[in-house]
Design a protein around this ligand. Structure first.
Ligand code: CP
Length: 363
């Protein structure tokens, strides 16, 4: 059984195949019109979404399949206290594939422990958003013609921006990529992303607080929203919310072949006056999301075998129990799950929560 929880669940070759399929769908959509006839996609969205949910649903419809699901936790039995594990077990009896978005980090991983159909992580808290990353990779490939050798600036909320974390992990596998990480000090890329995917791999990077200072160097500028819903203190959000606003004046300092991306929704970090600039790729990017999700649905359905992936059993032997302190971790709400940590860095004795990657100091 294949699931997609983290972009690194896919090899570089598999991502190339998905991009090729998406491009073929764009060229010849009629070839795929009945590819998922009689198949059903369930979209279980415990958190708001426009692009991810609707592009998944449009993707399945354009493949000839059907969709069911809910768009908010309050209209599901989660509001009565049903667990993620039980929800996934039940819905797997109604659908052939499930896309799940949840505010708690690690929730889709819990779903894989009881689901007999593929689970796609459609965003879990501030953790991962692999189908956005597939969208981003398709966009870069179509707009720049390559994924290698690019200087990629990521700007805004690099701490809570799950799309940023998944994109860094994905791009770190392509030669010659370098990163410019532009954020306020408080919203820097967390160490669980920076160390394994940038520092340990010897990738060129630098951190900056000013977009003006670095915009001229960039081939790709990936803007992000300050993630209000992830802040524990509203005052902290209000202080940081207008840290970066991309304007036509700033665009004058950029390369002529820069592309500006944004996972959207934007709040005010890109002025609408930038939309008319041909380098603004974010609306094209949102549309590409439908095609790459069509490619992903085809792949996961082709590899589905109805076996429940016993993640919990398979990792228990390699983990230790320890309390996860991350209030956004699924362990803070899900019933009857052990808090499990795995040793991710033997040399420095670093353990991380298997669900949300939060670090623990364990002697
Ligand atoms: N990019 C993205 O995940 O958008 P939605 O929150 O609207 O799905």
């Amino acid at each position: 059984m294949r699931h997609l929880l983290d972009i690194l669940d896919l090899t570089v070759e598999e991502i190339e195949e998905l991009i090729a399929t998406a491009n073929d769908i764009i060229e010849s959509p009629e070839k795929y019109r009945d590819a998922c006839r009689y198949k059903k996609l369930a979209t279980l969205f415990f958190e708001p979404s426009t692009r991810t949910r609707l592009s998944f649903e449009a993707a399945m419809m354009e493949l000839g399949g059907n969709v069911l699901g809910f768009s908010e936790a309050s209209s599901s039995s989660a509001s009565k206290g049903e667990s993620v594990a039980d929800t996934a077990a039940i819905v797997a009896g109604y659908a052939d594939i499930i896309a799940m978005r949840h505010p708690k980090e690690g929730a889709p991983l819990i779903a894989t422990t009881t689901s007999s159909v593929p689970i796609i992580n459609a965003g879990d808290g501030g953790h991962h958003h692999p189908t956005q990353t597939l969208t981003d990779l398709l966009t870069i490939k179509r707009e720049k013609g390559k994924l290698e050798g690019l200087t990629v600036g990521l700007c805004g909320d690099l701490k809570f921006g799950r799309t940023v974390h998944s994109l860094i992990a994905a791009l770190s596998r392509y030669t010659g990529v370098s990163f410019v990480l532009i954020s306020p000090d408080e919203l820097r890329v967390p160490s669980y992303v920076k160390f394994p995917y940038i520092i340990d791999k010897g990738i060129t990077y630098r951190e900056a607080t000013s977009l003006d200072d670095v915009i001229a160097e960039l081939d790709v500028l990936y803007m992000t929203r300050i993630q209000r819903e992830r802040f524990l203190l509203e005052d902290e959000y209000l202080r940081l919310k207008d840290s970066y606003i991309l304007t036509p004046e700033k665009m004058e300092m950029a390369k002529k072949d820069l592309i500006v991306m944004h996972p959207l929704p934007r709040v005010n970090e890109i002025s609408t006056a930038v939309d008319a600039d041909p380098r603004a790729a974010y609306f094209r990017q949102a549309k590409y999301g439908k095609y790459i999700r069509m490619a992903l649905i085809l792949k996961l359905l082709a590899e589905a075998d109805g076996e429940v992936y016993r993640f919990r059993d398979s990792i228990t032997a390699k983990t230790i129990e320890h309390t996860c302190t991350n209030p956004r971790c699924i362990t803070s709400t899900e019933q009857d799950i052990k808090h499990l940590f795995r040793l991710t860095d033997k040399e420095n004795n670093i353990y991380r929560c298997v669900y949300c990657d939060t670090r623990a100091d364990i002697k």
